[in-house]
Unconditional design. Sequence first.
Lengths: 352, 246
Amino acid sequence: MRSRTDRLNKWFAEQTALSLGIAALGAVALAIGLVGTLAFLWSEGLTPSTELVETAVSQTQGAILWTSIALGAAALSGFVLYKRAPTKAAREATISGAALGVQAILFSLAFLVFRTGEKFPIFVRQFFSFEVLSEFRNQFVTGAKNTVILAAGGEAVGIVLGLIFSLLILSSRRVVRAPARAYINLFRGTPLLVQIMVGYFGIVLGLGLDITGSIVVIVILGLNAGAYTAEVFRAGIQSLERGQMEAARSLGMSYGKAMRYVVLPQAIRRVIPPLTNEFVILIKDTSLVFVIGLTFQQRELLAVGRDAFAETFNSTPFMAAAALYLVVTLPMIRLVTYLENRLRSGLVGVAA
Amino acid sequence: MTEQRSLVCLENIHKRFGELHVLKGIDLDIDAGGVVVLIGPSGSGKSTLLRTINLLEEPTEGRVIFDGVEITDIRADVNRVRTEIGIVFQQFNLFPHKTVLGNITLALRKVLKLSEAESVERAQQELKHVGLEHKDDAYPGQLSGGQQQRVAIARALAMRPKLMLFDEVTSALDPELVKEVLDTMKHLADEGMTMVVVTHEMGFAREVGSRLLVMDDGRIVEDGVPREVFENPEQERTKSFLEHVL
């Protein structure tokens, strides 16, 4: 924390009035364009969509956008002075200001033109009818919950299967390897959508099995994730130096003990980032299960969005579903980056 | 036919890696006590020979008898035999996810089934033995190469082996760290540990070794007291090899 304030102080010390001014100009330009627009629309009321359109095409909104463009242009023109900046930090600030200015100009200009379009009112009604959402609010909350349950359940099954099958495909015996390889190839080589359809319509409905839809889905997602996870674990195990296994065996450990106490603890640490990545993909893959038509209470996000669309013929529910997927996946994506950085910095798994 | 007095008997050992014929019929008896030093040009098969003694390399042909038990027999309990043969590697091969103490106690607890308290006590004893009693909390990555190698020696010693194998243990070390590891090994030899040492350290071979084997092209070409072999090699190629390394 302290070093961060130190660096900030140093950065300020190296700035000139001009470089700071240009950086601030660019930042303000973009802030007025983006935040200003959103705040204005928000303050005038997002519903109903007819009023939202009126706000968006109003003169006040135009003034906001023109202000943003003017400030952005000023920041951009400051760019020609960047060579006069006496320090590297000051130059960087000038360039940042200019870049922000360009972004402000592009956004505001696009919005300025876009809102004059003939279909603009229809567009807003189709995608930003927030009044539609309030009706389905509880269903979306349930949908998001179900998405997380399906993904977490599938991942749990997938990790167990992946671990088992990664050990099987590393066997020195062909008769052990071959069936494990066949499973992995089957589930990696066919589309998940086909697996869901065969599994649910073909096996469960076709054979008249009495299993809850969400359980079927978790099993199918788990089988699919297991095939990918097995390869991730295999790569992790094989990334360890051969000497680790040899050292463990030379101390009298059996193959199983050496795996359990020496190889796997290190391999699992190494594969946590790709494993988290697989989980993000699995979260999004749950959207495919809408095809089997789960019961009202078991529907995941996309099924809720699609049903809401069918009822209202409005696309706002899709936007809501997409936004909720992001709410779930973005923290996971951040986690992957964090873990990768931590691994790279050598806190875990530095080999001798 | 098994001589009970020898700790290790190798009988007609061959090792092939595919087309490559690495060991070409090795017969060797090693008695308890004493330091056998194994030298030879790279690719001569000395590391492979060392690793067949604890079956890290399974011989393609031939028998390995350790302490009266034929361990190449398919019915032999190789895991149990390995607890009696310690090995130290060129690359240390410490477990990076475990502390120094954890590295040493792991096999004591999981293989020898000692209690937590017993294993820790024994580990600390062995750390003291190699002069690293204050490093028990450290992770291998926080130690110098020489310290890591001494931990690896302590880890092997903690099993209370009857035989210690050293596979070019100083080759991966910075020059200034070689001595501390060699000193530890010398100390161990002085205590009477039976050791087989593959090394390029000719000074160590001459000073500490009680028997010197020279390998060339998969065969043992010289076998004798180090001083005599160094001064009076029987084979012409041994002479030229020694001229290169001395």
